[in-house]
Ligand binder design. Structure first.
Ligand SMILES: [Fe+2]
Ligand SMILES: [Fe+2]
Length: 316
């Protein structure tokens, strides 16, 4: 992996920026420029997460891998900004990062500092899956232009490495070796735990409006069938329900909230609150897998599951 990280670096100058975009309606242009503006923010956030993950690991190879991911995400942010500029032919309006994003971002970074690296990894893995498998791929089809295709091809190559390491870390955090490591660490004091809970509640409070504005609403436009969206969440549900992963405290907590939401009585009385805590849309909380999917995933290695998730990007 480290070899690949070193070898597959690239620069913005390798893209042909002199191409003229295909003609876009005003609505298309405004949507596309806004999405790329938000994408730049998402990439920077991903970079901040990898920086934090790098800080938390003692393995020098992993540290170097995460440092290269930080560079990748900075490059993706730059590409997204430049693409926003490229498609902004008519300057219909000013484009800014969505305000929900600006509220969510500092709460997120703060929470990650207080939470265990394992919880950080849950967020980054799900974030990269919904971003790569669903949003970026659908955005690429929507823009439908050679420059965007070239940029997405290179970004996807980087993201494949990121997702492979995200999956590897899911496996690592679920392993007996990590449990033993965790048991040896001193328990956090009351104050630190209170800070952690406060940071987590702020994160949960801001997550849903952020995801709506930056992810679900754009997806409704660029993936009207909702197919990619559901497929990405199906993958997440399958991994979360693997026997070693679902026992982890944070995953268990999230699965419990989802079960409560699906329960007709609890869903009726507490549906809105539960939705806010889970952070996503009701349509992706419904059970998207069956027992055969779980049995299949159980028999597969994390690497194989990762390969399969990545292959979804090439569908369609
Ligand atoms: Fe990225
Ligand atoms: Fe990434």
């Amino acid at each position: 992996m480290l070899e690949k990280c070193r070898r597959d670096q690239w620069s913005l100058e390798g893209l042909n920026w002199s191409q003229t975009p295909r003609s876009l309606s005003r609505f298309e242009e405004e949507s596309i420029v806004q999405y790329f503006t938000n994408m730049a923010g998402i990439e920077r956030l991903a970079g901040a997460l990898f920086e934090e993950e790098g800080r938390r690991t003692h393995d020098p190879r992993l540290q170097e891998i995460f440092a290269s991911f930080v560079r990748d995400e900075a490059r993706h942010a730059e590409v997204a900004e430049r693409l926003a500029h490229h498609y902004d032919r008519h300057h219909y309006r000013r484009y800014e990062l969505d305000p929900n994003f600006r509220r969510f971002s500092p709460a997120f970074v703060e929470a990650i500092r207080h939470l265990t690296p394992e919880v950080a990894n849950v967020y980054i893995t799900t974030g990269e899956l919904i971003l790569d498998v669903a949003l970026l791929r659908s955005l690429q089809s929507y823009v439908d232009d050679p420059l965007c295709d070239q940029a997405m091809h290179l970004i996807n190559r980087d993201e494949s490495r990121h997702i492979a390491v995200d999956f590897h870390m899911v496996e690592h955090y679920a392993s007996p070796a990590y449990q033993a490591e965790l048991a040896r660490l001193p328990k956090p004091g009351l104050r630190e735990r209170a800070n952690g809970w406060w940071a987590l509640s702020r994160l949960l409070f801001h997550a849903r409006p952020f995801l709506r504005a930056v992810f679900f609403e754009p997806m409704d436009l660029v993936d009207p069938s909702g197919q990619r969206l559901l497929e990405a969440f199906r993958r997440i549900q399958i991994i979360a329900n693997r026997s070693n992963v679902k026992e982890r405290p944070f995953v268990r907590f999230m699965l419990l909230l989802q079960d409560a939401f699906r329960n007709p009585l609890l869903g009726f009385f507490f549906g809105r609150l539960l939705l806010r805590l889970i952070g996503t849309d009701a349509r992706v909380i419904q059970k998207l897998y069956d027992e055969a999917d779980l049995a299949r995933a159980e028999a597969m290695s994390m690497d194989e599951l990762c390969e399969e998730a990545l292959a979804l990007k090439n569908v369609g």
